[in-house]
Design a protein around this ligand. Structure first.
Ligand SMILES: Nc1ncnc2c1ncn2[C@@H]1O[C@H](COP(=O)(O)OP(=O)(O)OP(=O)(O)O)[C@@H](O)[C@H]1O
Length: 369
C-alpha cells in the first residue's frame, strides 16, 4: 500500500518534450485512471512511473521515497500490458510464478501458495497447467494480471489492458478488474485507457491529459458534471457535449447568453458585470435535450440525421453557426424524418458556460471568490 507523489515530472525524447511538468498526488489504495486522446502522453507517464523510461525532470516519490533512480523492480511496481506479454512455452502456472522464481530465496511452497491465491482471485485455477495458446484472450489477460498479483506489488500499473479483447470480454474483464481492486483493498492502481467508459466506471479519480499537461483531476461524475474547461467537457461523454459559440448579453446574479443561431437563455450563474458583451461558449449534453413544441425553445433547426441505437435515438440537428450538428439523445425509438424542423429544450441548470479561452465560467467565479 503506497501513495505516489509526482512533482513537475517532465519527459523529453531528444529535444521533444512530451510531458511538460506533471504534478499529481495519488493516495494509497486509490484507483486512478489516466485518459486523454492518442498521443497525449498517458502511456509515457505510466512508463515513467514504472521506471521503464528515465525521468527528464522533476521528482517521483512512492511512499516516502524518491524513486527517480530506482529500477522498476526496486520501485515495488507490477505492470500489466495490452499485449499480455506471456511466455508461450510456459504453462499458466509457470508464467505466473516466473517473477517469483527469479527472486532467489522464495521457497517453492510460498510460490505455490501465491500463484494459487492469485488464480483463485481471478478464477483461472482450472487452467494452471495449460499453455497460453490454449486460452482465450480474456483468460490470457487474467494470467497477465495474475502474474502481477503474485509479485505482491505496492502499485499496480495497467496500460490499456482490455484493448485486445472483443466488446463482451472487455465488459467482463473490466468488472473483474473492479472486483480485483476491492479484493486487494489497499493496493494502489493506475490505469491508462482512451476508453472513457472504462475511465468512468473504474476510477476513484480520473486524470484527463492533453498534450503532455493535466487538464483536470477529479471523481468521474465531478468531471462529467463540472468540467473545468471545454477540453474536458468535450472529452467525457458520448456523444460529446454540444457547444455553440455565444455572446454574454447580460451579466450579474444570473447571466443572459445569446448563442449564435439560437435564442437567448438565462443561466443561473453569477458573473461579473465586466464580462457583459464578451464572446463565450454554451455547452449542453445530448441527454439534457428534449423535443418540444414550446414557442420559446432556444434551439431550433433541421434534422440532419437520426440514429436508432435501441435504447436511445440520436437526433442530429443543424443549428446556427455551430461547426457540428447539435445532438439530442432521446429515450427509446423516435421516428422523425430528415429535414423536419424541430425545437429542442433543456433546463437552464443543465447548460454550461465557458469563456472565449474555453475555461468554465463557474470556475472563473470560484477563483475570483
Ligand atoms: N520512444 C519515443 N521516442 C520519441 N517520441 C516518443 C516515444 N514514445 C512516445 N513518443 C511520443 O510521445 C508522445 C506521447 O506518446 P504516448 O505513447 O505516451 O501517448 P498516449 O497518450 O499513450 O497515446 P496512445 O493512446 O496513442 O497510446 C507522442 O507524441 C509520441 O509520438
Amino acid at each position: 500500500m503506497a501513495s505516489l507523489k509526482l512533482s513537475q515530472i517532465k519527459k523529453a525524447y531528444g529535444s521533444v518534450e512530451v510531458l511538460h511538468g506533471i504534478d499529481l498526488d495519488i493516495r494509497a489504495g486509490e484507483f486512478v485512471v489516466f485518459v486523454g486522446p492518442s498521443g497525449c502522453g498517458k502511456s509515457t507517464l505510466l512508463r515513467v512511473i514504472a521506471g521503464l523510461e528515465d525521468i527528464t525532470g522533476g521528482t517521483l516519490e512512492i511512499g516516502d521515497q524518491v524513486v527517480n533512480a530506482l529500477t522498476p523492480k526496486q520501485r515495488g511496481i507490477a505492470m500489466v500490458f495490452q499485449s499480455y506479454a506471456l511466455y508461450p512455452h510456459m504453462t499458466v502456472f509457470q508464467n505466473m510464478a516466473f517473477g517469483l522464481t527469479l527472486e532467489k530465496g522464495t521457497p517453492t511452497s510460498e510460490i505455490d501458495r501465491r500463484v494459487k491465491e492469485a488464480a483463485r482471485i481471478l478464477q483461472i485455477e482450472p487452467y494452471l497447467d495449460r499453455l497460453p495458446k490454449a486460452l482465450s484472450g480474456g483468460q490470457r489477460q487474467r494470467v497477465a494480471i495474475g502474474r502481477a498479483i503474485t509479485r505482491d506489488p505496492q502499485v499496480f500499473l495497467f496500460d490499456e489492458p482490455l484493448s485486445n479483447l472483443d466488446a463482451a470480454l472487455r465488459v467482463q474483464t473490466r468488472i473483474e478488474i473492479a472486483r480485483l481492486h476491492e479484493k486487494m483493498a489497499g493496493t494502489t492502481m493506475i490505469y491508462v485507457t482512451h476508453d472513457q467508459v472504462e475511465a468512468m466506471t473504474l476510477a476513484d479519480r480520473i486524470v484527463v491529459l492533453n498534450k503532455g499537461h493535466v487538464e483536470q483531476v477529479g471523481a468521474p461524475m465531478d468531471l462529467y458534471n463540472a468540467p473545468d474547461n471545454l477540453f474536458v467537457a468535450k472529452f467525457l461523454g458520448s456523444p460529446s457535449m454540444n457547444i455553440l459559440p455565444a455572446t454574454i448579453e447580460r451579466a450579474g446574479a444570473t447571466t443572459r447568453v445569446l448563442p449564435d443561431g439560437a435564442s437567448a437563455v438565462d443561466l443561473p450563474i453569477a458573473t461579473p458585470h465586466s464580462i457583459a458583451g464578451s464572446p463565450a461558449h454554451l455547452g449542453v449534453r445530448p441527454e439534457d435535450l428534449s423535443l418540444t413544441d414550446a414557442p420559446d425553445a432556444p434551439f431550433r433547426g433541421e434534422v440532419a440525421l437520426t440514429e436508432s441505437l435501441g435504447e436511445v435515438t440520436l437526433i442530429y440537428v443543424d443549428i446556427g453557426r455551430a461547426d457540428e450538428p447539435f445532438v439530442a439523445k432521446l429515450p427509446g425509438e423516435v421516428k422523425i424524418a430528415r429535414g423536419t424542423h424541430v425545437a429542442l429544450a433543456t433546463k437552464p441548470q443543465a447548460m454550461r458556460l465557458f469563456d472565449e479561452a474555453g475555461q468554465a465560467i463557474r470556475l472563473a467565479m470560484r477563483r475570483a471568490a
